[in-house]
Ligand binder design. Structure first.
Ligand SMILES: Nc1ncnc2c1ncn2[C@@H]1O[C@H](COP(=O)(O)OP(=O)(O)OP(=O)(O)O)[C@@H](O)[C@H]1O
Ligand SMILES: Nc1ncnc2c1ncn2[C@@H]1O[C@H](COP(=O)(O)OP(=O)(O)OP(=O)(O)O)[C@@H](O)[C@H]1O
Ligand SMILES: [Mg+2]
Ligand SMILES: [Mg+2]
Lengths: 254, 254
């Protein structure tokens, strides 16, 4: 069966898109069939895999029933990795659905048709806990939380986990916490280590043992529209995301 | 008269809060009376100046008319710098005001009473272009755009400037573009230089000549609740924000 992983954190710039793109790519390299859904109106995950902004066949048109989901799935520069791009219209969902009682289940409904075609579906959410992210949490089997090793990022963790518990209790009982992933870990500063210690003490079983180091190559790869494996395959960023994919696959086959 | 500067960019993690806190502090050091308004429900700007999460006297209670604005102004660890903290309730504004025809002018109305008490009012917005940020743009005399020197951040700039033009045209004709501030500039990567060149060619007159370098001390200072000037006053982060304040004061006295 397909595993749907929602990548979310309302704090901005913590590495959600970088994780969505490179974890999806790493799983594809491990011969898993992967679909990446860009669920952020900014469209960063789409350009991170080399897909330019689309006008019509995006996840927005799928949600509102204007296009069939299969018309919006694009292949990427990596075998086994497909993507459904987003576009700016997606931001309108937050207003358009505000009075709809099924507002949190549009994405879940949209992907029902295709779930058994993939091993993994990865959903990249924007920096918010609004209707879009809640759709991601209601469609997901699990939540993966990228956590930047910096102070402001730590502040928002408890609110995110409260929202996770509410969604699990009232909307999506099967939603698990896949784990907390430390990102942009910088060995030059004690702060990264202090944050690692703090999170490990609060969530001993939920912290991924893989830690993503700060790496300039990870910031450069998106400007070429490539996952890290096509830009700097032997570097520390690629190695870390490969280890993350292995850890994820291992955890799911327990 | 007071100058109200709105700091906004829907891309997450580009340095909005770091700029709001440290620019406000630098202006305060230059003997300007400054009020920092934390307009992000995450509350990072509040903790960046050492104010813990407040339950009642936040900008939210001011907006809904439950508290008088003077009851919510707090002094900080820096002379001449006061702050109005935010709290989690602020996120509710996006839903509560959705049908209100004056929804974009609540902040403007709230700060009218106090504008002549300060030289500068600085508004820190969250990573969105929703009702909260639009309130910030409608209350502001100018928009300051922090732009991280990385690829994904560049993608969102045109959308932000489109929103700025719409607000100026339909809601707040006095809104100027204060400028684009390059943040987290890393001389080790060519990408930073390429982004600098690109932005300079498109907005030659709007790019601040001050550039904020990537600096570990800037990430560490918030964990002590201090602006950079109380944590690492001689470092490159403090110097850059001091130069920014000087450039801003110079520009405003032309
Ligand atoms: N491990 C890393 N090392 C260095 N830079 C990184 C790393 N991970 C991400 N980045 C860079 O940091 C910036 C923020 O990352 P990214 O855009 O993935 O975060 P995000 O959480 O998706 O942001 P948003 O909240 O806007 O959606 C990007 O420019 C990205 O290239
Ligand atoms: N010049 C800099 N050098 C190094 N780190 C920085 C710099 N500016 C900001 N940071 C760090 O980068 C992270 C993101 O910055 P910040 O939180 O100010 O961005 P933001 O735009 O306010 O984020 P959000 O979109 O969540 O509101 C923070 O951990 C901050 O400490
Ligand atoms: Mg993102
Ligand atoms: Mg912020």
């Amino acid at each position: 069966p397909t595993k749907v992983i929602c990548i979310a954190n309302q704090k901005g710039g913590v590495g959600k898109t970088t994780t969505a793109v490179n974890l999806s790519a790493a799983l594809a390299l491990k011969n898993k069939k992967v679909l990446l859904i860009d669920f952020d109106p900014q469209g960063n995950a789409s350009s991170g895999v080399g897909i330019d902004k689309v006008k019509e066949n995006s996840i927005y048109e799928v949600l509102i029933g204007k296009k069939d989901i299969n018309e919006c799935i694009r292949i990427t520069n990596l075998k086994n990795l497909s993507v459904i791009p987003s576009n700016e219209n997606l931001v309108g969902i937050e207003i358009e659905l505000v009075d709809d009682e099924n507002k949190y289940f549009y994405l879940k409904k949209a992907i029902k048709k295709i779930t058994n075609h993939y091993d993994y579906i990865v959903i990249d959410c924007g920096p918010s806990l609004g209707i879009l992210t809640l759709n991601g949490l209601c469609a997901g089997d699990s939540l993966l939380v990228p956590l930047q090793c910096e102070y402001y990022a730590l502040e928002g963790l408890s609110k995110l986990l409260k929202t996770y518990k509410l969604v699990k209790q009232y909307y999506n009982p099967k939603l698990d916490l896949e784990g907390i992933l430390l990102t942009m870990y910088d060995k030059r500063t004690k702060l990264s280590f202090l944050i690692y210690k703090e999170v490990r003490s609060i969530f001993p079983t939920k912290l991924f043992s893989t830690i993503i180091p700060r790496s300039i190559k990870l910031t450069e790869a998106p400007s070429f529209g490539k996952p890290i494996f096509l830009y700097d395959p032997k570097g520390k960023g690629a190695l870390a995301y490969l280890n993350l994919a292995k850890e994820l696959i291992r955890r799911n086959y327990k």
